[in-house]
Design a protein around this ligand. Structure first.
Ligand SMILES: [Zn+2]
Ligand SMILES: [Zn+2]
Length: 583
């Protein structure tokens, strides 16, 4: 992996994949993009980097229309419902978006049509008569999700007609083997319809060079995208015979394919953020090449591995085609998650809704658990309640919580709530020299890992440091030391508690803020200076507040209850749907 953002003070735009709002938010959604993007953004803020974090709801496309039909709602009513629910969940999870948009917003409709017109002028879109699936029973064109069949590449069954969820390849109508209408199971016809095509094939060599020289992405991802290019890129149908979506200029009753307007939603969200902050043109520093170069601005898209094709090929090609727009710089890709070893299934409701999780557990627990167990790689993971319990009880409680609480209660009870003085003329011993050295080294290491988006490794390094603090405290045993020695120990430890609060803020912002307030420090930990985590600025006689335990134990009963709930749901067969921002 190339070194990523080097925490210079150039502006950074961070995005998490747009949420496809045809269902409630569940624990599968937040692992690959929302939590890591927020952790990274919070780190950049602590570093003083001007970062803008945007995302939004992806509201168009046939899956929306199909689900709305099933729920007896209009498409608009359904996306409103799930957008509002997701937004409420995000706030409760502490996701600190600077702006959260919707692709159905006017800004996105306008921007999409604008980019389309530019691409048309430049000759990168052209009209073509295409074959579209047409259901004679329903008497209408049925794009994408309405039609299912077997993938011609990997032969996975029951794939939708736009792309394979199993192997990630995209299709055109006619590609599916044994296509059938998902509404009535009849065999559709292929009928002529006039569409616009995007000349993706014209960008093969530009995309190869972009992937090799510009895009910061893990090698395994880079290599499989390059393999796709080698196999030959096909021009891309960007129109659908549908009412719900961004209208195609000059074509009646047709809208853009959801994958055309969805990524443009990143630009629209940035525009809305700029507008909201009274800096109308501020979006250009990220998206307009000439402006971005002046400022050294970077774009970082956090995505799940199911949408690599769209983000590493379609999206940069579309931006290149405009000539003026800038391509993304960093593409952190993470894998899918199973729940208790089984695939998440929307149809069988085999999932844990964020809404339900939050009724029973603190937001910081899942932030902590996912950050610790999710590498910066497209490898899949598992949400396992036993493992969750073990990580929370051993690491969060037994390591971090233990140190913080012991130190604060000791100061509260033995030093009347005041950070003790290091007696005049006393020199720090070898233990203090060693632990301070470890602190400085760790802060540097954590800084580097956060900046490289190696978030799990950053957290492990923090936990290792916290372990050293525990050992130092235990070894010094202030409860049986004389007052001078105990004072030296507790003065150091009060400062170490502060260091932990800063280092952990990106991962567990709610708890870090609690620590900050127990320490009675000024302002908020969210505005702290990351680099100051290596310093010991808390002075003697500083009063702290009466501390309460930071975390409560994940009890066996509660964990068993969670497992029982999942077991009561029917386990889906293996081919059944996967997690992720489904389209
Ligand atoms: Zn039909
Ligand atoms: Zn396939």
């Amino acid at each position: 992996v190339v070194v990523l953002i080097d925490a210079t003070k150039s502006p950074v735009l961070v995005t998490s994949a747009l949420l496809y709002v045809n269902g409630p938010l569940h624990l599968g959604h937040i692992r690959s993009t929302y939590i890591p993007a927020d952790v990274y953004t919070r780190y950049l803020r602590l570093k003083g980097v001007p970062v803008v974090f945007v995302s939004g709801s992806d509201e168009h496309g046939t899956p929306t229309v199909v689900t709305a039909e099933q729920e007896g709602l209009t498409a608009k009513a359904m996306v409103d419902k799930y957008h509002n629910l997701a937004f409420k969940n995000y706030q409760a999870l502490g996701l600190s978006f600077d702006h959260y948009s919707r692709t159905s917003n006017e800004t996105n409709h306008q921007t999409t049509q604008e980019l389309f017109m530019i691409l048309k002028e430049k000759g990168f879109v052209f009209k073509q008569i295409v074959k579209e699936y047409y259901c004679p029973t329903d008497k209408k064109f049925l794009p994408d999700r309405y039609i299912k069949g077997e993938c011609p590449y990997c032969h996975a069954k029951d794939q939708y007609s736009d792309y394979c969820e199993n192997c990630g390849k995209t299709f055109k109508p006619g590609d599916l083997i044994g296509a059938y209408c998902s509404l009535d199971k009849t065999t559709p016809e292929l009928k002529d319809s006039e569409h616009f095509m995007f000349k993706l094939s014209a960008f093969s060599s530009a995309l190869s060079s972009y992937l090799k020289n510009q895009l910061d992405v893990r090698d395994e991802v880079r290599n499989y995208v390059l393999q796709w290019i080698k196999e030959g890129l096909r021009d891309w149908d960007i129109v659908r015979d549908l009412d719900w979506g961004v209208k195609v200029p000059g074509m009646k009753g047709k809208v853009f394919y959801v994958w055309f307007d969805a990524p443009i939603g990143y630009i629209a969200a940035t525009k809305e953020w700029a507008e909201k902050n009274g800096k109308k043109d501020a979006w250009k520093q990220f998206w307009i090449k000439a402006e971005a170069e002046k400022k050294g601005a970077k774009i970082v898209h956090f995505i799940g591995k199911d949408i690599v094709y769209h983000h590493a090929l379609f999206w940069p090609a579309l931006l290149m085609g405009t000539a003026d727009y800038k391509t993304p710089d960093v593409l952190p890709v993470r894998g899918f998650v199973t729940i208790q070893g089984k695939k998440i299934s929307k149809s069988r409701k085999y999932w844990i809704l964020v809404e339900d999780y939050l009724k029973r557990w603190p937001p910081d627990y899942v932030r902590f658990y996912y950050t610790l167990t999710t590498p910066n790689a497209p490898t899949d993971g598992d949400f396992d309640w036993k493992d969750f319990q073990e990580k929370i009880n051993t690491e969060l409680l037994g390591n971090v919580g233990n140190f913080v609480h012991r130190v604060l209660t000791f100061i509260d009870s033995k030093f009347a709530g005041k950070v003790p003085k290091v007696p005049h003329g006393s020199k720090a011993g070898a233990d203090e020299v060693a632990i301070k050295k470890k602190l400085v080294k760790s802060v540097k290491e954590v800084d580097k890992l956060y900046s490289q988006i190696e978030l799990d490794r950053a957290l492990k390094a923090i936990l290792d440091l916290s372990q050293s603090f525990n050992q130092y405290f235990q070894h010094k045993a202030p409860w049986r030391a004389d007052e001078k020695d105990a004072s030296i120990t507790l003065w150091h430890c009060a400062n170490f508690v502060r260091s932990l609060a800063i280092l952990l803020e990106p991962v567990i912002p709610f708890s870090a803020e609690k620590i900050w307030s127990y320490l009675n420090l000024e302002g908020s930990v969210h505005d702290a200076d990351f680099d100051s985590a290596k310093d010991l600025p808390i002075k003697a006689d500083h009063s702290i507040k009466k501390p309460l335990p930071l975390f409560s134990k994940a009890e066996d009963d509660a964990i068993q209850e969670e497992i029982r709930k999942l077991e009561s749901l029917i386990a889906p067969p293996p081919k059944e749907s996967r997690h992720g921002p489904e389209r």
